[in-house]
Design a protein. Structure first.
Length: 78
């Protein structure tokens, strides 16, 4: 059993703890991110997890050397 700061118990015998995973759909807009958090809460999520990545952290240099098109594609997404 684990008790979180919120007092929520996590064990085999209670309701699941739902984590809403937020991707980069907010495009750095804090207002949009807050809307996404509120929507997650309204849908029953217990918490949210935001993703963070850069061109250099998404794949290794070795991968990019073997797949040069991948780096150009990822740069367009940023």
């Amino acid at each position: 059993m684990v008790n979180l700061r919120t007092g929520r118990e996590i064990s085999d015998f209670v309701s699941p703890y739902f984590i809403a995973e937020m991707n980069t759909s907010h495009f750095g807009d804090i207002s949009k991110a807050k809307e996404m958090i509120l929507a997650a809460r309204e849908s029953g999520a217990d918490c949210v997890k935001f993703q963070s990545w850069s061109t250099n952290s998404l794949y290794s240099d070795e991968y990019y050397k073997e797949n040069p098109v991948a780096k150009r594609f990822i740069k367009k997404l940023r």
